[in-house]
Design a protein around this ligand. Structure first.
Ligand code: SF4
Length: 249
């Protein structure tokens, strides 16, 4: 596993060309009710290793997709964003991945801004005062670098996760990052994801068994009570529900 640290900035909305827009629209319609493997197979047939998987090693959706990608296109890159604030359990998941999937191309991307430099420049605990800026530095910019030169990326978004995600298509143009975005799990719910995990003996983050249904950075993730909204432990007490990776530019 390697970790990339270089900088690259480009924040404009990137338009899609007419031909690709038509292909995406047709695929989104054709694959709307499709199983995840069919959506992934379409993407790998069209873009090959130009497809990359974003896997946080926190959520179970990402682990399901990791397993599917290793079966369908093991040469495709799988990346995670190392914010410097991941849980030890999450870093352990990254380290253990080659045991389960030998040969998997797992790459970590992180900002050049150390936690100490961030505190010196913006003050201590930026995530409490301006979490959007903290996510911009530690997630969005590294994500932009992870996607540079790729043609499509795979996310673990599901329609059942939140109201904001309820209309997510199977295939879409991501104007924020300037490439195709695939959402193979849109039609699955929590139950189906866990069923796949257990049926295929896929490893998952042990924090799920300790009250953390949604796992991000240590600073911004809390355990939730049984029955509570699974994402209510993320940025708890703040007017923020998304890190910005999946929102419009
Ligand atoms: S989730 Fe919290 S700590 Fe992590 S990058 Fe975003 S604001 Fe910063």
């Amino acid at each position: 596993m390697t970790t990339h640290r270089a900088w690259a900035r480009s924040r404009e909305s990137v338009p899609v060309d007419h031909t690709e827009a038509e292909v995406i629209a047709q695929a989104a319609a054709a694959l709307d009710g499709a199983e995840p493997e069919a959506i992934l197979a379409w993407a790998f047939a069209r873009y090959g290793d130009g497809v990359t998987l974003a896997c946080s090693f926190g959520g179970v959706s990402g682990m399901v997709l990791m397993d599917m990608v290793q079966r369908l296109q093991p040469s495709a890159e799988v990346f995670y964003l190392d914010t410097d604030y991941l849980f030890p359990e999450t870093y352990a998941m990254v380290e253990a991945a080659p045991q389960r999937w030998p040969g998997a191309r797992v790459v970590g991307y992180k900002t050049d801004v150390t936690p100490e430099q961030q505190a010196a420049q913006h003050g201590a605990a930026l995530w409490e005062r301006d979490p959007d800026l903290c996510c911009e530095i530690r997630k969005i910019e590294p994500n932009r670098r992870a996607l540079a030169g790729k043609q499509a990326w795979i996310s673990g978004l599901r329609r059942d996760q939140s109201a904001e995600r309820a209309d997510t298509p199977a295939v879409q143009w991501d104007a924020k990052f300037g490439l195709v975005k695939l959402n193979p799990l849109i039609n699955w719910d929590e139950k189906r994801v866990w069923a796949y995990i257990f049926a295929n003996n896929v490893p998952y983050n042990p924090l799920h068994d300790q009250g953390y249904p949604s796992i991000g950075c240590t600073n911004c993730t809390k355990a939730v009570a049984p029955g509570d909204d699974p994402r209510s432990g993320r940025w708890s007490g703040q007017d923020k529900t998304e890190c910005g990776l999946h929102t419009e530019p």
